[in-house]
Design a binder for this molecule. Structure first.
Ligand code: ADP
Ligand code: MG
Length: 832
């Protein structure tokens, strides 16, 4: 097709995607006539067509969107009739077997350097513009068509399809959801003369000068470019990118984005992002999407492909969100959102589009979670009543009074236990808030009614710790149970004893079993399991929780975590669980003063440790890595252990614990530390979870800048568990990182929730939650889990929807049900 016609078609499409608002061109479509008429004559278009186009476009602005649509369609038809070679080419290129030919993409090779899709000619075929295709629309209204493979697009054969697959793009639907990673905003372009020092801008200009050289020491390659835009010149400097010599040449028009800096009194840009510009961007003066790319795919090709797909398909989508919900949530419809996310006209449109797409993600997530919760609640749950006298006796026997928060948590749980539905509750409480006691009281109630409980912890040292707590609280002079009714089952339990425990569980003689995943692995059968507790739930997968649950008939389930998840996040990720937060520490707990020391002040830390040990206490020293690697100057636990023992504390007993030790050896070291066989425990982060050694009063964290806030807080929670004053010392790797925000936050507060909120803001939820949930979180493309307002809106809407139509059976919710199935199929179900 003639370039002038090609251009015309592009503008028409843009108009179509803008719903004929006459916004494709600044100042109105008629403005293109300034250059178009000349080009059309050069292309040899018939004069009557040129006049026809001119007349139609001049009238365009004064019409309504409907009549504009008609006018452009009719005009395009006349053009096709008058310029037969365009039509002929269309016929040749059309692949009748493919349903979506009208979405054909002008086939530029994806990598313009290596045209590898041999079937594709370099010149664009004259396909009928998608904007004007007819007839197919009614049958393609269903999202089903979005499953079509990308090879239905012309210009995309098996080879290009394979390249796109590297970006995770396999279907048209994938394309619609392949969002720009950023935008170039040509609507706010600045003339070079008006640039100011310190601004972040995009500038367009023509290259007037280039020079490649090396710095004097010969180590750095410097490529200097000057661009001019008629108002002035701007100097760009690129470091160590010698290949640019062949990419940026005098006379090229390029767009550069970056920060304006100053060098010898002149404004310059250092290593800006740059792109060759396409004239169409300039003429239309738009915001242009910049897509994530892969090898051999150029921005230009990608953009064209995306433009074709999006402008054709987005307006045809039927929104899966029912109108009512959309209204209530105040979000735009799906077609608009997809159009605007790819081809926004204003920054505000980008914001609106993001808002809608993020809402979708959170909403679908919430609906799925609510559905899961409903499935659980459909089953009956055994009723356990706590008689007041029994309960009073239990509380009376405790060595301390419950905190208000513990009392509230217990009340909520007792309420669940008499509801007739299986409990499914998350008990979240900062380290040391006293979750174990709550679980123990509930287990006692269940035993009182003759049924069984199982408590699962991630490590045997923790399981053993719980076992002691339970024995202490529930048996002997305090408790109603006999020691043989409470048992510990871990991997290392001798086979004979395991045998005995299995028999006791099967007969029902054992009422409470505490253990590790050994509870799942062993062929353990319960007579009547009614209550399960999963401690430090983030260390377990959903499957493991489900497996434990399956050992009973709809048992009540209590999940405990010390990871201080902000409420909004907990509601999103664990919306299937009821949430109780222990927001109060037992009385007498002193805050742990936290000091940030410079590396050269390390001796101060050592002398504190020495004096604490002399007073009969113990200390932890934690390091971020196990072994020193060539590339890192980090202190390594193993090497430091040796150094500390030989040079610093030759008179003290120092234990070593790290992740590469065999589990049994780790347990042994922990046990020895607990039993005071060591004064100091040198460790990697393996001490992070749950271990309770109240006699330890110093936590020294080396390389502290390497850790996340949540992790630092967990580590700090290892001390301050007894009556004695405890201390936390943080030493970063280098002096200049003592300004580190995270470390300052640790010094400022002991409140896990405050720290969690900060961590979430600073590092994002993936990092914050750790590996298990990261996969899920990263599949949220638009939603930010720190956007509380959005999360709450989505949750409210999900609940309302659920009250009305829990099975999503109403006709207006059918598409929503499909979207939900799609969303949860992508492995996003494994969240809680
Ligand atoms: P976590 O919530 O971190 O699992 P634990 O249940 O291990 O906390 O309790 C931490 C410590 O606090 C234990 O030594 C426990 O005995 C003690 N504790 C728990 N509740 C109270 C309370 N109400 N009053 C005083 N001490 C308590
Ligand atoms: Mg605990």
């Amino acid at each position: 097709m003639q370039p002038s016609l090609e251009k015309l078609r592009k503008f028409f499409r843009l108009e179509h995607s803008n719903r004929y608002a006459d916004k494709a061109v600044i100042g109105g479509l008629a403005n293109i006539l300034n250059f178009w008429e000349g080009e059309a004559r050069q292309d040899g278009l018939p004069e009557e067509i040129i006049q026809d186009v001119a007349q139609t476009l001049k009238d365009y602005a004064s019409q309504t969107p409907e009549t504009r649509a008609e006018a452009l369609k009719a005009l395009w038809k006349r053009i096709q009739q008058a310029v037969p070679e365009a039509v002929a080419e269309t016929a040749k290129k059309t692949r009748p077997s493919k349903a979506l030919v009208e979405t054909t993409v002008a086939p530029v090779s994806p990598s313009e350097e290596s045209g590898d899709e041999t079937a594709v000619k370099p010149s664009a075929p004259a396909v009928s513009s998608p904007a004007f295709s007819k007839g197919k629309d009614s049958v393609t209204k269903r999202p089903i068509a979005l499953n079509a493979s990308l090879t239905v697009l012309s210009g995309v054969g098996p080879k290009n399809a394979a390249m796109l697959a590297r970006l995770g793009l396999r279907t048209l639907g994938d394309m619609l959801y392949h969002f720009p990673r950023r935008y170039e905003d040509y609507t706010t372009l600045k003339p070079i003369r008006e640039l100011r020092f310190g601004e972040q801008v995009t500038v367009i200009g023509t290259v007037s000068f280039t020079e490649a050289r090396k710095t004097r020491d010969g180590k750095t390659h410097i490529f200097e470019v000057v661009i001019q835009d008629g108002t002035g010149g701007l100097r760009l400097t690129f470091f160590n990118q010698p290949w640019l010599i062949n990419r940026i040449k005098s006379g090229d028009a390029i767009a550069v984005s970056g920060k304006i800096e100053q060098y010898l009194g002149r404004l310059v840009m250092n290593s800006p992002e740059w792109e060759p510009i396409e004239m169409e961007n300039l003429v239309t003066n738009r915001i242009v999407p910049v897509y994530p790319l892969t090898q051999n795919v150029t921005q230009k090709w990608m953009r064209r492909l995306m433009h074709q797909v999006v402008t054709y398909w987005a307006p045809k989508l039927t929104d899966h969100l029912p109108e009512e919900i959309r209204q209530a949530a105040g979000v735009v419809d799906l077609g608009t959102a997809l159009l605007q996310i790819h081809w926004p006209e204003t920054q505000e449109q980008i914001r609106q589009a993001r808002q809608r797409l993020a809402f979708d993600e959170i909403f679908l997530l919430q609906v799925g979670v609510l559905r899961q919760r409903r499935q659980w609640q459909d089953a009956p749950g055994r009723v356990f009543e706590a008689e007041p006298s029994w309960l009073a006796a239990r509380l009376e026997a405790l060595p301390f009074a419950l905190t208000g928060a513990q009392q509230r948590a217990l009340d909520a749980i007792l309420q669940d236990l008499r509801s007739g539905k299986p409990m499914n509750r998350l008990l979240q409480g900062d380290v040391g808030s006293g979750k174990t006691i709550v679980a123990a009281l509930v287990a006692a109630l269940v035993a009182h009614h003759g049924a069984q409980s199982a408590v699962m912890a991630p490590t045997s040292i923790l399981a053993e710790q719980h076992y002691r707590t339970f024995l202490n609280l529930l048996t002997g002079e305090r408790g109603p149970l006999l020691p043989e009714q409470v048992r510990l089952l871990v991997g290392d339990t001798p086979e004979q004893e395991k045998e005995e425990i299995r028999a006791g569980l099967e007969s029902g003689d054992i009422k409470i079993v505490l253990g590790t995943h050994a509870l799942l692995e062993e062929p353990v059968v319960f007579a009547d399991l009614q209550f399960i507790v999963v401690d430090e739930q983030h260390r377990f997968g959903v499957e493991q929780r489900a497996a434990l649950r399956a050992k009973g008939a709809h048992p009540h389930c209590l999940v405990m975590t010390a990871t201080p998840i902000p409420r909004s996040l907990a509601l999103t990720l664990y919306g299937d669980l009821d949430l109780t937060i222990l927001d109060e520490l037992p009385p007498g707990r002193q805050p742990i003063p936290t000091y940030l020391l410079r590396p050269q002040e390390r001796e101060r830390a050592y002398s504190l440790i020495r004096s604490q040990v002399r007073a009969g206490h113990q200390a932890y020293i934690v390091y971020p890595l196990i072994e020193e690697s060539e590339h890192s100057d980090l202190l390594a636990a193993t090497q430091e252990h040796e150094r500390l023992q030989q040079e610093v504390f030759p008179d003290l007993r120092i234990g070593l614990l790290h992740g590469r030790m065999r589990p049994a050896d780790k347990e042994e070291v922990m046990r020895a530390f607990r039993d005071r066989e060591f004064d100091i425990l040198v460790s990697t982060t393996v001490v992070e979870v749950g271990v309770d050694v109240p006699n330890a009063t110093v936590m020294l964290i080396e390389g502290a800048n390497r850790f996340g806030l949540a992790q630092l807080h967990q580590l700090r929670g290892r001390v301050g568990r007894g009556a004695a004053q405890s201390f936390c010392l943080l030493i970063p790797e280098r002096e200049d990182v003592t300004e580190n925000e995270r470390l300052q936050a640790m010094v400022e507060t002991n409140d896990g929730f405050v720290l969690a909120e900060r961590d979430l803001q600073q590092r994002g939820p993936g990092e914050f939650l750790g590996i298990r949930q990261a996969g899920f979180v990263s599949s949220l493309k638009m939603a930010s889990l720190s956007d509380t307002a959005l999360i709450e809106t989505a949750r409210r809407q999900a609940i309302t929807l659920f009250e009305r139509d829990p099975e999503l059976q109403a006709p207006e919710n059918r598409l929503l049900a499909e979207a939900l199935a799609r969303f949860w199929r992508g492995g996003r179900g494994d969240i809680s």
